[in-house]
Design a protein around this ligand. Structure first.
Ligand code: ATP
Ligand code: MG
Length: 386
């Protein structure tokens, strides 16, 4: 018998005429995720199978698949020819190291077999019981479910584990968004959430060299790489932000520093999005989390964006909920490294919590907004993250 990995995909997007579109994106993303391995990908009965891989790669392949949005669940499984003796012997050997309660579930798609699924399940279950005295049958509360899928084509798949994936939609099926990626906890989570809904991501980071170190920038590249495990490749645009910050620092009231800074980030992001074909801007803001994320602050920041929607997938989440996702997706440890991103450098003691659009506009009237933006845009660095 051969070892294979069975991939189930969400059913929702398979209905209707878009099926081919969604499925081909999924297959492309699976191949991308497994680009470092030798394998064969086959499809049958609404499932994909990864076959002919090196046994030593199995754990790593599973890990990659569990990062691919659109995959509902995976099962490492055995594939064998449908022959009662073979199936029984393999069932026995697969359950040899198990103890406690179990049940056997048989799916008999092969109608040439003239026994029902229930009869087959009790027959194979009996064989397992006979050879392993440490097991008991319980059809309703069981420690292990041995699943035997007897397909029409004379092939049987057998497995005990079902591992849930990211679920969601295949990346590339919901357009492209530009993620404002800081070095913090929140924005990588925001990127993950949109990738999970099928968005391809570009990322933009505003960098304040020499006030922030090369390490701070590297941290953002590392975070983009971690998010890219879910989101396929990410183009990361690093915008030099120091001159803009200095200009704001010198010309605007200190308490408006962050408000005006964030308006510049939004303006530049929108222009960049137009250049790269992104149809939305994504931030890691969460309502009321800090002064710049009150309803009034968000209104003032948002008002400079003219033509694109701004997605804030964390808007209704508590910090603890965001931190949990961050740990689950593997970005937390990198996010909490102590290198400062640009926002902390010029942080005022008392930032406004209820800014007004007119007041921000007045503060900006001393600045040459256009020139500052053009200069920053001319010096953007592109890092391709894979
Ligand atoms: P995060 O944990 O994502 O840094 P935060 O809680 O620190 O968020 P802010 O610093 O107010 O909150 O930033 C809010 C959002 O603005 C971030 O989630 C991110 O999307 C964007 N942002 C902030 N700083 C930068 C930066 N230097 N470059 C790019 N985007 C940024
Ligand atoms: Mg931050």
């Amino acid at each position: 018998m051969d070892r294979i990995i069975l991939i189930r995909f969400g059913e929702i997007f398979l209905k209707g005429n878009n099926r081919y579109f969604f499925e081909s994106a999924l297959v492309k993303n699976i191949r991308h995720a497994l680009k470092d391995f030798d394998f064969v990908l086959t499809r049958s009965q609404n499932r994909y199978y990864v076959e002919n891989y090196d046994a030593g790669d199995e754990k790593a392949i599973l890990d990659c698949l569990l990062h691919v949005p659109g995959i509902h669940s995976v099962s490492p499984a055995y594939k064998m020819t449908t022959d009662m003796k073979t199936v029984s012997a393999n069932a026995v050997s697969l359950m040899a190291d198990k103890s406690g309660t179990f049940r056997v579930t048989v799916n008999r798609a092969d109608k040439k077999i003239n026994r029902s699924s229930t009869e087959l399940a009790s027959e194979f279950g009996g064989d397992v019981l006979e050879s392993n005295a440490g097991l008991k049958v319980n059809l309703f509360e069981y420690d292990t479910e041995l699943y035997i899928d007897m397909r029409e084509n004379g092939v049987t798949y057998m497995f005990t584990d079902k591992i849930y994936g990211v679920q969601g939609m295949p990346v590339g099926t919901a357009g492209k968004g530009l993620l404002l990626l800081s070095g913090g906890i929140d924005s990588p989570v925001a990127g993950y959430m949109m990738a999970k809904r099928g968005m391809k991501l570009d990322a933009v980071h505003f960098h304040s060299a020499p006030y922030t170190s090369e390490m701070a920038k590297q941290k953002v590249v590392d975070l983009a790489r971690l998010v890219s495990k879910y989101a396929t490749e990410i183009d990361l645009y690093v915008v030099p932000f120091t001159d803009i910050q200095l200009a704001i620092h010198q010309n605007c009231p200190a308490e408006l520093m962050i408000t005006v800074m964030r308006r510049f980030m939004m303006r530049i992001s929108e222009r960049l999005a137009f250049k790269t074909g992104a149809g939305a801007v994504i931030t890691g803001e969460s309502l009321g989390q800090v002064a710049s994320q009150t309803l009034q602050s968000i209104t003032v920041t948002n008002s400079v964006i003219e033509n694109l929607p701004v997605f804030r997938p964390l808007i209704g989440m508590d910090k603890s909920e965001i931190m949990k996702i961050s740990r689950d997706i593997g970005t937390y440890e990198t996010s909490i490294l102590p290198y400062e991103d640009c926002c902390t450098v010029f942080l005022p003691k008392n930032p406004v919590t209820r800014p007004k659009v007119e007041i921000a506009q007045k503060a900006e009237s001393k600045l040459d907004v256009e020139t500052l933006i053009s200069k920053a845009m001319e010096n953007i660095e592109l890092i391709k993250v894979k």
